[in-house]
Design a protein around this ligand. Sequence first.
Ligand code: ADQ
Length: 473
Amino acid sequence: MTILHVSAECYPVAKVGGLADVVGALPKYQNSNGNRAQVIMPFYDNKFTQNNTFHSVYDGELNLGDTSYNFQIMVLQEKPLDFDVFFVNVPDLLFKDYVYSFDDTERFLAFQIASLDWLLTWDAYPDIIHCHDHHTGLVPFMLQESYKYEAFRDIPNLLTIHNAQYQGWFSHDKVGLIPPFNFDHVGLLDWGGQINPLAAAIKCAWRVTTVSPSYMEELKHAANGLESLLSAESEKCVGILNGIDTNVWNPNTDNYIIKNYTQKSVTQGANANKKHLCETFNLDYKKPLFAFIGRLVGEKGSDLFPEVFKNALETNSCSMLLLGSGNPEVEAQLEALKSEFKGIYNAFIGYDEKLSHIIYAGADFLLMPSRVEPCGLNQMYALRYGTIPIVRSIGGLKDTVIDISEENGFGICHENTTVTEINEAINRGITLFKDQPTYKGIRKKIMDIDHSWDASAVEYINLYNTLKLTRND
Ligand SMILES: Nc1ncnc2c1ncn2[C@@H]1O[C@H](COP(=O)(O)OP(=O)(O)O[C@H]2O[C@H](CO)[C@@H](O)[C@H](O)[C@H]2O)[C@@H](O)[C@H]1O
């Protein structure tokens, strides 16, 4: 089966968050099952495009309303990835040193139109078009409604919602940017008086998946305005838990970390990484080290960190390390804490892939007090590296972490994203750390949990197969 993933991010080409990890791993696993999965994504001006050579395989011109733009489809000269990636280069719009910004409407529309224009020239169309998040949400609409893409009406397509908080809204004033379609159907684009690419995709895609079963259920009650739509479309929606790329995330072979280790050598290995972190960030090595990695946004509960960290650090019984960026106010508060808690707290405000790996390996506990967490990959990386996750039981966190008080439990869970509950959970971690035999036992146990893509990749293939059957009916 041939599958074309359409996405704004893909690791290691361009990564802002978990979307990149998924699109960088799922095709690999699908290919290893005898399929041909490919990715099409924008050509950005970033380290990856600067450090690799590309050549153009197609030159075209796309229209955004009355304005036309030249574009090329580029491919890598050599093949450093485990699957084919096609890059859409629209020099005037997409070739920027950022992935997302204020001009997303025009940029991602151009990306989607160029992708489909080029696809029209293929000899054999893909069996499945798999779209990811709102940046590609107009693809299912255009496949179904745009006159110029009539040849694609039969291609099964699906949408994966990685995060329904972001929907790509824009005004109906810009409807003319979308290639002509039967205007009687303009309502398919609309949600709440605006053009809403995520809503349009939920309406038009043949199937909709979310990245965990629990998140699918939660969306019916909390989907940033799309609750009733998701409830109405629930028959075509299904939750498939994300996996992780166990080749990239392997403490035994990870080139980013200070000392590699296996389940057998986790104590020495993880401690060497912890030591490095404590030396680098001036932290007390003897205390349990709690870490957070991620975007500093409301969904992740990051606005509560300044107070949570202060409460925890005032007891002088733990160290804290944060890696992330986002809300400038939160960033400033987290910076300010540094002088107050020298020797037990530090923060790196920014993005650093290598450092994230060392933290997964060297921290004792990973905090994820998310208000919303569609799946969450960080807790799965933490488990693989023997770091105990402390999570709020929601979305994918609920599906992947069992509290230590339960049978076969291995993590610390709390019900709500409140300062009190997060601090209580941290205190439970401090207590657990004092009981070193139990702590070490859990560490070893969690490294055994299999969250590789193997099972979920097959679930996707099975789902694609049901769509192919629908087409043949
Ligand atoms: N400052 C930083 N420096 C280095 N690395 C950083 C970093 N900030 C984040 N990362 C990395 O980015 C990824 C974040 O993945 P998540 O799944 O936790 O969150 P995200 O909310 O982006 O993804 C959305 O999509 C994914 C994929 O479907 C869902 O799991 C998730 O719930 C949903 O919100 C991890 O690989 C993490 O290590």
